[in-house]
Design a protein around this ligand. Sequence first.
Ligand SMILES: *Cc1c(COP(=O)(O)O)cnc(C)c1O
Length: 365
Amino acid sequence: MTTSGFDVRPNAHPTDAAIRDEILGNSGFGRYFSDHMAHIRWTADKGWHGHEVRPYGPLTLDPATAVLHYAQEIFEGIKAYRHADGSVWTFRPEKNAARFRASARRLALPELGDHDFIGSLEALVAQDDAWVPTPASAAEETSLYLRPFMIASEKFLGVRPSKEVDYYVIASPAAAYFKGGVKPVSIWLSSNYKRAAPGGTGYAKCGGNYAASLAAQKEAEAHGCAQVAFLDAVENKWVEELGGMNLFFVYRDGRIVTPKLTGTILEGVTRDSIMQLARDEGLTPEERHISIDEWRDGAASGEIQEVFACGTAAVVTPIGELVSDDERIRLVDGGGEIGKRLRTQLLDLQYGRREDTHGWLTRLA
Ligand SMILES: *Cc1c(COP(=O)(O)O)cnc(C)c1O
C-alpha cells in the first residue's frame, strides 16, 4: 500500500478508539502521539530513499550517533486542521518546506524537496486521520501538530557533516497552547543571555537554538514570566523575538511593526501571514529595527497600543508587560483588540470558516 510514494506499514496495535478519544478531549500540547510516523532516509551515495509510514515507536540509535554529540539537527512545526465538512487541511506548507531547506543548508544537512516534505505530511495524516481532532466550537483550537525533523544518524565521532541522515514526521494532538484562554502574558527581558548572533544559526530552526535558550527560560520562570524576549547580540539594543515566537508592535496610527529579518530572527510563517492579514485590514505593516527604548517610550506615551507574539503553536498571544532586572514596561491596555482580531481571522481561515483568498490552505485528507 502506498500514499504519494510512501510505503505504509500499519500499526498492528493502534491506540484503542476510546482511549484515543479521551486523549483528543484532553491532549494538552506535545504529550501524546499518533499511531504512525513518516520516515525518509538519506545517505551520501543514494540520496533520499525508503519513504515509509510506519508504526510510531522508539528509535534505536548507536551511542556514537553524530546528532547525540554535535546536535546536527533541524525541525519544523505545522498543524493539520479539521474543517466542518470533515476534511483536513494544513497552512502554507511550502513555506515550512522552504524554511526547512534553509535550516538544512545552515546545519550542513541534505535538502528535502517540497514534494517529499508535503508528501510526508499527507502520507502520515492519511494514515492517522482519526487523530485530527474535531473542534466542537470556534473557541476550541484543537489541531494535530505535525513535527517534521531531521537528524545526523551516522555512527561517527569525527566532526564533519553526517553521511547518513534520517527524516521523520511525528504527530501530536494539540489543544490551545495556553490553557484558560488568551490572556496577556508577562515576558522576561534577558540581560545575561543571547539567542542568536550574526553569522550564527538564529534564522535556522535547529534544536541547538532551543537548548541555548533554556537557561534564559528558567530565569523567566523564576521571575514569574511565561517566555523570554531577546535583544540583538551586537548592540544589546534591538528587539529580536521570543525563544519561539515573533513579535509585533501595534501603533496608535495603524502601523504594525515587526523586527526586520537580518539573519538572527526566525522567519515565522505566522509572522508573514499576520503582515498580510494586517494589510487586508487597512493597517500598515512595517519591517524595521525597533529598539528597547522605542518599546519603553511607546508603551509609556500610548503610542504603542499593543504588543503581541505569534507562532504556529500559540497563534497570537498578547504581551501585557516586559520585565527585566531593573524595570517593568507595561502597556496601558494589555488586552489588545487588533491582536485579537488578527488572531480570529487567522484561525477562521485555518479552520475553513473564512474564505481562503490568499490560497494558503493545502488539503491533506
Ligand atoms: C518556529 C519559530 C517561530 C514561529 O514560526 P512559525 O512559522 O510562525 O511557527 C518564531 N521564532 C522561533 C525562534 C521559532 O523557532
